[in-house]
Ligand binder design. Structure first.
Ligand code: A2P
Length: 349
């Protein structure tokens, strides 16, 4: 007998990929329930060639559900995840709402699957940019220790949701038809609510989410705090600059690290990265081989390359890390958590 799985936010950019990942999962599935707002209720989406009718999310949606994948925003998770847990479901939440709760495991299966066994019904899926950075850096941390991380991200618009993608498409069309770039209509980015909005087309926005403590954005704080939680080490120094770029999908990151061990070479780092599950080394400067966002699309792995020693600090290294933010950064990591829990005997009927 298989599991009954609910997707909350099924019509969204991540929700659609969750459905796709569930189609290929090794998790035995009996039924999939698609949940979204009243706006989408009654519409259909395909799962394994079958049309499934989308239902409106309510507190009663979770009767008989074993696993609920949430990706409909933090407010929805705050309100409905407890109802899902009460109904007996395991919640795997893609929003930031529960990530820093000490009673909620924050998991990248290749890195800290062991944390799953401490769950209380909810498992948090980390921030997309954090997930790929963890996959790239965990083999280095295990082999050589990590004392410092400085990361700059080049994040795709799909991380901001389906409406933000649509807005970028319109901006690109309008710009090509002659609208001056600073007059393009913008209602969504860099963050929602009553804040100012700026066009992303032919632009780069050094703001993802709202500004917070010490003039770092929440997205940047997420990368700092989540890294320490996942790596279970508060002493790692972490700083991030998160930038939205006009790429539809595939996040890229320039990462500077300092290792603890003496005498580590770039080849040592390449070797441990090449051997790590879920990580693909693409690093051949002579042949112009390095990870690219467009090549990561549809892939579950994280890609790393441009690994080179810092010119001044012998313990410092630079690398370039790319992944499909909707897959490893969101939908795949969530489904992979469910698969891992099943393998570990943590998901039971
Ligand atoms: P809907 O399409 O019905 O609005 P994205 O992150 O791509 O913007 O997607 C957000 C997802 O969250 C969509 O599936 C959206 O459904 C869903 N959502 C938004 N508000 C609610 C709500 N109040 N109840 C349930 N689902 C919601």
């Amino acid at each position: 007998m298989g599991f009954n799985v609910a997707v909350v936010g099924a019509t969204g950019a991540v929700g659609g990929k969750m459905i796709e990942m569930l189609e290929g999962t090794t998790l035995p599935i009996d039924n999939v329930k698609l949940l979204a707002s009243a706006r989408s209720a009654g519409k259909t989406l395909e799962f394994k060639g079958e049309e499934l009718v989308i239902e409106e999310l309510t507190e009663d949606s979770f009767t008989g559900i074993d696993v609920a994948l949430f990706s409909a925003g933090g407010g929805i998770s705050a309100k409905f995840a407890p109802a899902a847990v009460k109904a007996g479901a395991i919640v795997i939440d893609n929003t930031s709402h529960f990530r820093m709760d000490p009673n909620t495991p924050l998991v990248v299966p290749e890195v800290n699957a062991h944390a799953l066994k401490g769950h209380n019904g909810i498992i948090a899926n980390p921030n997309c940019s954090t997930i790929q950075m963890m996959v790239a850096l965990e083999p280095i941390r295990r082999a050589f220790g990590l004392s410092r991380i400085i990361v700059s991200t080049y994040q795709a618009v799909s991380g901001a949701g389906a409406q933000a993608m649509e807005e970028l498409k319109i901006q690109l069309k309008d710009a090509i038809h002659g609208t001056p770039l600073n007059e393009l209509e913008a209602n969504i980015l860099p963050c929602g609510g009553d804040k100012k909005h700026y066009p992303l087309a032919f632009n780069a926005l050094a703001q993802i989410d709202v500004f917070a403590e010490d003039d770092y954005t929440y997205e940047e704080w997420k990368m700092v705090n989540e890294t320490k939680k996942i790596m279970e080490d508060d002493s790692i120094k972490v700083a991030a600059t998160c930038v939205r770029v006009p790429v539809f999908s595939g996040h890229s990151e320039s990462i500077y690290i300092e290792v603890e061990k003496d005498g580590v070479t770039a080849d040592d780092i390449k070797r441990v990265c090449a051997d790590f599950p879920g990580l693909v080394l693409e690093d051949d400067p002579a042949n112009q081989i390095y990870p690219q966002a467009i090549n990561s699309l549809g892939r579950k792995e994280t890609f790393v390359g441009r690994i080179r020693r810092d010119l001044d600090d012998p313990k410092g290294f630079h690398l370039w890390c790319v992944s499909d933010n909707l897959l490893k950064g969101a939908a795949w990591n969530s489904v992979q958590i469910a698969e891992q829990m099943y393998q570990d005997g943590l998901l039971k009927k």
